[in-house]
Write a protein that binds this ligand. Structure first.
Ligand code: PLP
Ligand code: COI
Length: 369
């Protein structure tokens, strides 16, 4: 499908909700938001057809979408999404972290899934527009944020297997606290030996819903083994470390090196990418290279790998403790705490996102109110 570069200026119609959540109820939600359980008063929607390009951009009250039962995405999973956060700084202003990176990845995901590419400025303006009406939903204090979920799906009604000639783009927003219930405590990982997430030439590098559906069964297996997340290996040799179901990985070595797995079938994480620069600023040497599972298990056992952490928009930086597999386990956070490098990088990232550190690279985008 050709990229559609719409010449049409972005001019959303705004239909305000007549029964918004009361200030008291909103405050109660913002006080203890959980993750992805509550949604703001409005959502953004736009439609695409080959003839009209992107059109009918609008902010409407948050609510159910009416879908024909033959809607393409419901049958063949032609769907992509993004995840980014809006942070409230101490002076009350609202900022989003590197939205142009999410916009570019959304275009790459769209290209892989035969969906129309959304112009970068439409992606960013749709977020700005939603935050201009729902900015009061951005929580302040602690590590809370407003999680933004842009998504797109094939919305044509038909049952043939081909790319849809109608697509719908939407943005919803959910106030969130930490992704893990335990806060910044080391999480345990189950090594998926019988399942893979993505293969060479597959959709691993696209942020499409099907990848996540495929990770649910291994995640259930992890839970049966007392683990919170799953580590996926490559689909060919079942040996090279890829990523978790919704997070990238970093390894800290005893000589101060940081390594993050290189692979064409993992998601090109924006936090992972940003940490390369943040870590370099702090004097760490970061390498992106293939890493085999035995380098991880033997490295932790021998003390060469001193810390392991997961990173992502939802996960921020989360220390990894136990790695469990059918034949044993190792623990890279036996004391139950984040290691010093993990903690230092985490503080640097969070300080930048919450405006407590200088944004020397212009990564933060001011928006909302
Ligand atoms: N890997 C997967 C499979 C993900 O879903 C995510 C989350 O978006 C990440 C990695 C981390 O990506 P990012 O840092 O852009 O949030
Ligand atoms: C994100 O970090 O934004 C994701 O999409 C991952 C998911 C586990 C919530």
């Amino acid at each position: 499908m050709p990229a559609v570069t719409t010449a049409k200026p972005f001019q959303p119609r705004i239909e305000r909700r007549t029964d918004p959540v009361s200030e008291a109820d909103r405050d109660a939600i913002l006080n203890a938001p959980g993750f992805g359980q509550h949604f703001t008063d409005h959502m953004f929607l736009a439609e695409w057809t080959p003839e009209a390009g992107w059109h009918d951009e609008r902010i409407v009250p948050y609510g159910p979408l009416a879908l024909d039962p033959a809607t393409a995405a419901l049958h063949y999973a032609q769907e992509i999404f993004e995840g980014l956060k809006a942070y409230r700084h101490e002076n009350g202003s609202v900022w989003v972290f590197r939205p142009e990176q999410n916009a570019a990845r959304f275009q790459r995901s769209a290209a892989r899934m035969m969906l129309p590419e959304l112009p970068i400025d439409w992606f960013i303006e749709s977020i700005d527009a939603l935050l201009s009406v729902d900015g009061a939903w951005v929580p302040g204090g602690g590590e809370k944020a407003l999680y933004l979920r842009p998504f797109m799906f094939g919305s044509e009604s038909f049952l043939g297997v081909r790319s849809a000639r109608k697509a719908t783009y939407a943005v919803i927003a959910s106030p969130v606290g930490g992704y893990f219930d335990a806060g910044v405590k080391p999480v345990s990982l189950w090594l998926a030996e019988n399942y893979t997430r993505a293969s060479a030439g597959g959709t691993g590098a696209a942020k499409c819903g099907g990848n996540y559906a495929a990770s649910l069964l291994p995640l259930a297996e992890a839970a049966q083994h007392g683990c919170e997340q799953v580590v996926f290996l490559d689909a060919t040799e079942h040996r090279m470390v890829e990523e978790l179901g919704g997070m990238n990985l970093y390894f800290v070595y005893d000589d101060g090196q940081l390594v993050t797995p290189a692979s064409d079938s993992i998601l090109d994480g924006i936090i992972k990418k940003s940490l390369r620069d943040v870590a370099a600023d702090l004097g760490y040497n970061v390498t992106e290279r293939p890493i085999a599972i035995e380098e991880w298990t033997e490295g932790v056992a021998a003390g060469r790998i001193t810390e392991v952490f997961a990173c992502g928009t939802a996960a921020v930086i989360t220390p990894i403790g136990r790695l469990v597999w059918s034949g044993g386990e190792v623990n890279s956070a036996a004391d139950g705490q984040a290691g010093p490098v993990t903690a230092t990088l985490r503080r640097a990232l969070v300080d930048l996102q919450y405006g407590r550190a200088q944004d020397t690279r212009g990564w933060m985008h001011r928006t909302g109110r």
